[in-house]
Design a protein around this ligand. Structure first.
Ligand code: NDP
Ligand code: GDR
Length: 361
């Protein structure tokens, strides 16, 4: 039987890199769209296309990379015509909620209209019946929460240009499914993190800081809203669900979450505990501080520059549908294990940084 062909937009991102590994493991021919950038942006997937690294890691297929952009429809049409994918995973996005307030129009173009360009490319080529499409939708659609926990039926109320752009992506995916009978589905994924998470997202910023503070290369961690609550899972477990959704007999939308919620403060406490520092929280609001119980040193402070013009206070997903229909296990990696994985990775990273610094000193 012919190997299946997958096209991943956003392959250089956190999820794209894990998904590419999963699909290669399953025997897929994997193609990815990368953007031209002035310096390398392929750090997360180097091991999937450089021959020596492939050999070292016993991987016997490599990904095929193509230049492209979600803002360029002719490029998308040409690539899809050349690749003829069985499955497209649309993960490309300007994915930072706070940054979307700074670049709202670009966010709408990439995350909203970009999704339309992709769906329309498939339709234009007459591939409606050959190509299945996964759309990376998000818990940010729920925004100002009207119901806890959130399910596939909970109404949306996005709170950022990112959330609003993704709302368009969600509905245009559903619309193309209903209008043209396409296998196009939304995975409404709640926050998922990993050792490959971008360094400006809350969790990775915290685990890196904990490691650097422990090793003495950073003094303090500055955070925004410590009371924000999120349903945090492990990215590697979540990409499996993306694949399962495209193997399901019917095109349907799914909520993917753990069903457990923690505050940013809790995540911080646990990350510091992992490096052997016990934090005590003192003060309130912008004056709240995380203090080292042993030395009395202030290690965490609130900096209002990290507050958002409109905040999503709490998100908690109900993964019952994915559990029942896809047989997916939402708690394969627990919250505690997730923090451990990230901190362990960042300790190693900081040690490597230190070695390099010493060599050049
Ligand atoms: P990342 O920010 O790590 O990756 C985003 C990817 O999109 C990168 O490969 C980036 O390329 C690419 N990209 C950005 N803009 C464009 C563009 N104009 N054209 C082509 N590619 C572009 O995100 P994640 O991996 O965390 O998330 C994957 C998807 O899932 C995103 O759509 C995100 O919005 C969504 N999502 C993520 C969740 C999470 O918790 N991680 C939860 C719910 C949804 P480059 O490397 O060049 O910047
Ligand atoms: P989020 O993730 O906005 O949920 O979007 P992020 O990690 O950026 O923020 C989570 C919560 O932490 C609070 N916070 C801070 N956030 C950042 N980035 N930096 C800080 O210093 C900080 N301090 C507190 C935030 O206010 C927020 O409440 C992520 C992205 O991956 C989206 O693409 C995805 O759709 C959603 O998750 C689900």
């Amino acid at each position: 039987m012919k190997n299946k062909i997958a096209l991943i937009t956003g392959i250089t991102g956190q999820d794209g890199s894990f998904l590419a590994e999963l699909l290669l493991d399953k025997g897929y021919e994997v193609h990815g769209i990368i953007r031209r950038s002035s310096s390398f942006n392929t750090g997360r997937i180097e091991h999937l296309y450089i021959d020596e690294l492939l050999k070292d890691m016993h991987i016997n297929r490599k990904v095929k990379l193509h230049y492209g952009d979600m803002t360029d429809s002719t490029n998308l049409i040409r690539l899809i015509r050349e690749i003829k994918p069985d499955e497209i995973y649309n993960l490309a996005a300007m994915s930072h909620v706070k940054v979307s307030f700074e670049v709202p129009e670009y966010t709408a173009d990439t995350d909203g209209v970009g999704t339309l360009r992709l769906l329309e490319a498939v339709r234009f080529l007459g591939y409606e019946n050959r190509t299945k499409i996964y759309q990376a939708s998000t818990s940010e659609l729920y925004g100002k929460v009207v119901e806890v926990p959130q399910t596939e039926k909970t109404p949306f109320y996005p709170r950022s240009p990112y959330g609003v752009a993704k709302l368009y992506g969600y509905w245009i995916t559903k619309n193309y499914r209903e209008a043209y009978n396409m296998f196009a589905v939304n995975g409404v994924l709640f926050n998922h993190e990993s050792e490959r998470r971008g360094e400006t997202f809350a969790t990775r910023k915290i685990t890196l800081a904990a490691a650097r503070i422990k090793k003495g290369t950073q003094e303090k961690l500055y955070l925004g809203n410590l009371d924000a609550k999120r349903d945090w899972g492990y990215a590697k477990d979540y990409v499996e669900c993306m694949w399962l959704m495209l193997q399901h007999e019917k095109p349907e939308d799914f909520v993917i979450a753990t069903g457990e919620m923690h505050t940013v403060r809790e995540f911080t406490t646990l990350a510091f505990k992992e490096v052997g520092i016990e934090l005590e929280w003192q003060g309130e609001g912008v004056d709240e501080k995380g203090v080292d119980k042993v030395t009395g040193k202030v290690l965490v402070e609130v900096d209002p520059q990290y507050f958002r013009p409109a905040e999503v206070e709490q998100l908690l997903g109900d993964p019952t549908k994915a559990k029942t229909l896809l047989g997916w296990n939402p708690t394969k990696t627990s919250f505690e294990e997730l923090v451990k994985i990230m901190v362990k990775n960042d300790i190693k990273l900081v040690e490597r940084e230190e070695r390099i610094r010493r060599e050049f000193d």
